[in-house]
Design a protein around this ligand. Sequence first.
Ligand code: SDX
Length: 435
Amino acid sequence: MGADKAKIVVGDQTYEVDIVTGTEGEKALDIGSLRGRSGLVTLDNGFGNTGSCRSSVTFLNGEKGVLKYRGIPIEELAQKSHFLEVAFLLIEGALPSREELDDFAQRIAKNSHLPEPFKKMMASFPQKMHPMGALSCGTVALSAFFPEGNPPDPSAEQRAKAITLLLGQMKAMIATYYRLRVGKELRDSDPGFDYSSDFFQMMFGEGDRDVDPEVAKALDTLLILHGDHEQNCSTSSVRMVGSGKANLFSSVASGINALWGPLHGGANEAVIDMLDEILADGGGYKKFLAKAKDKSDPFRLMGFGHRVYKNFDPRAKIIKGACDTVLSKLGVHDPVLDIAKGLEEEALKDDYFMERKLYPNVDFYSGIIYRALGIPTDFFTPMFVLGRLPGWLAQWKELREDPKMRIGRPRQIYMGKTDEAYVEMGVRPPKSEGP
Ligand code: SDX
């Protein structure tokens, strides 16, 4: 990419900076030396205009609604691939050979058994602990059970071991915590199943009944669609924590904690709660659209809007289509699907939403499928964790392989008090009389 230049003029000073051009034509001002040369920092509330890194894992074009993993369009991967192959693609940067895929799957299968003391630890969690809290605690706790995944400077082999360990353990953790919560006998991983089917039988299996292939396929497609999404809130948290050379478990746990929020991955749970609220209110969704537009009303149309997509989220389009297919194949009729479709139809005709380019995002329809598969609402975001884990791992690996990696440490502009003196307790004015 040509090193074009840009000029930043401040008063009578001009600072020249490089323009970096990406392989998809995106351009960025490289301001890496700006403060040293000018004393200036940049401010960008929410980082909507700030690139944190160069990455080769995932490409988004929000204006066109494009999403590619390692250059391959998400639509092709959702149709032709399966989750473990996509995980390999994200983490290793290329589609695997048959031997590579079999080896990857075997290494993950071997790591899909939780240590007995670990299960006892999960069983001791408070019954009310949200599954995302259990996953966050469990992921950090894994560092105690697998110290080899801990070094601050892991070798390539240690990174590979920790990555396949987490892919196996996360699947087992989610299923195990579910069965502990519902008081069912725990089920172990069965290497005879593929990744998604094994997860499903660990979570819902009774006896040796096989997993419905339609269910497994629907689950597998949802996991693919959640695989990675460039520098979103949770991935940026994984990178930030990883940049301090904290171990992989604590880096991924920070991603889980960030994803929990209802503005991020927690939205899939919030969408279903919102749709159920509308259904309970009689199903009149137009009233709720008006609430979403009313600035005095805290109600937001969960599952709508996106920091990057100013067009349809390609994942939402695929999931919406899958809703009809999966629910009819499972013989499930969920009235909230009609409400969701009605909301989308109305919003896409409404100036408020169109002026702000608010479209359904990945979370708008996903919960309807999760519910049809029997997954409880508070396990929807853990499903997002399971899907996003390969993306977090790929981004963490890319960070740690970067010889130019530096600890993340943003600057600020101070807006607080200046030149204050210490005042002894006895003579401090009461707060109401403040300075
Ligand atoms: C995910 O970043 C990623 O890639 C995330 C993700 C991934 O795969 O990792 O895609 C997953 O997190 C998807 C998003 C899930 N969150 C939700 O569905 C929650 C509802 N959506 C919003 O809260 C919001 O749209 C965000 C958080 C997604 C984006 O927030 P921004 O970019 O900060 O946008 P904003 O809040 O500044 O909104 C801009 C305008 C505002 O109105 P004005 O002040 O211009 O009048 O749009 C309005 C907002 O009030 N708006 C909404 C709205 N979303 C934005 N109004 C009503 N309902 C909404 N959902």
